[in-house]
Design a binder for this molecule. Structure first.
Ligand SMILES: C[S@@+](CC[C@H](N)C(=O)[O-])C[C@H]1O[C@@H](n2cnc3c(N)ncnc32)[C@H](O)[C@@H]1O
Length: 275
């Protein structure tokens, strides 16, 4: 007679769906994931903090259990907060310039009347991001979104995002300047501020050289692991070296410049407390 073994079934672990970054976002760091994953795996029980989360390429690639994801851009954060609650877009999204400009006008009306933090604004922001030129997020001096129509051949729009509430479980989204974030000493910080633009004090994204120095000093005070990513300009390298970070340089994916130069841009990862 065979031995009958009784197996007790473990309750099924709640699996977290792996999702794609839902927006197009300038400066996405998906390409850094092979470099970041070995560092993250050694600390993956910690909370991930991204003070500059942008398009979420890193959080959706590292898939932390707990995360604090922050960006100073209120529209991107409103969109993520709505996705976490369960967003569905009710209007028909068309890749057509008249429809695009009508939606842009409606979005700007919502902003002008203090209704920027609504589900309707989140849906319009998604549509404008996918349909507008290069996924840019740019505003005029009066605060109106002014990105032109993008002229893509086809756009894979989504009107429902069923897997995002579970994917964002345990992730908190906030909108503030990075140095107001309430960070715990055990948090793992991945910081990807706007690129340092060499030889200028003020960069286009409104992130000045003083902001770069402020970010570096803020990161240098953190007791837990830190990874900073930036363009490897001379002054960024000197700044992080002076604060005793360990520096690794990387080749960013090739970008063809207007002169046809295909030399990859040099980027730097500055590390602390990772051993
Ligand atoms: C290079 S992008 C981050 C890209 C992101 N790592 C990704 O992979 O998609 C930099 C982000 O910093 C945000 N930002 C700029 N100034 C900021 C500030 N003072 N505090 C917080 N976020 C800021 C921008 O809105 C932008 O989304």
């Amino acid at each position: 007679m065979g031995v009958v073994r009784a197996f007790r079934r473990e309750p099924e672990a709640e699996t977290r769906p792996v999702v794609k970054p839902p927006l197009k976002w300038a400066g996405g760091k998906r390409w850094q994931l092979p470099e970041l994953l070995p560092y993250w795996r050694a600390h993956s029980r910690r909370r991930l903090v991204e003070p500059f989360c942008g398009g979420l390429a890193v959080a959706t690639g590292l898939v932390p259990e707990k995360a604090l994801l922050n960006d100073v851009n209120p529209h991107v954060i409103n969109f993520y907060q709505c996705l976490k609650k369960g967003l569905s877009i009710e209007f028909s999204m068309q890749n057509e310039s008249h429809a695009y400009y009508r939606a842009r006008e409606r979005f700007n009306d919502l902003l002008a009347t203090g209704k920027g933090a609504t589900e309707e604004a989140a849906g319009l922001f998604y549509y404008l991001n996918r349909t507008g030129y290069n996924g840019l997020c740019r505003f005029n001096s009066k605060g109106g979104f002014n990105v032109p129509f993008g002229r893509y051949k086809t756009i894979p729009y989504r009107s429902t995002f069923e897997e995002y509430p579970a994917a964002f479980r345990g992730w908190m989204f906030t909108c503030m300047d990075f140095d107001r974030l309430e960070v715990e000493p055990t948090d793992f910080i991945y910081a990807d501020p706007p690129y340092d633009v060499p030889f200028t004090t003020y960069s286009k994204g409104g992130f000045s050289w003083e902001d770069q120095v402020r970010a570096a000093k803020w990161l240098s005070r953190h007791k837990g692991p830190v990874i900073l990513s930036n363009q490897a300009t001379k002054r960024i390298v000197e700044l992080y070296e002076s604060l005793n970070f360990e520096l690794h340089t990387l080749d960013a994916p090739r970008r063809i410049s207007c002169t046809g130069d295909r030399t990859p841009a040099r980027e730097v990862l500055a590390l602390r407390n990772l051993r």
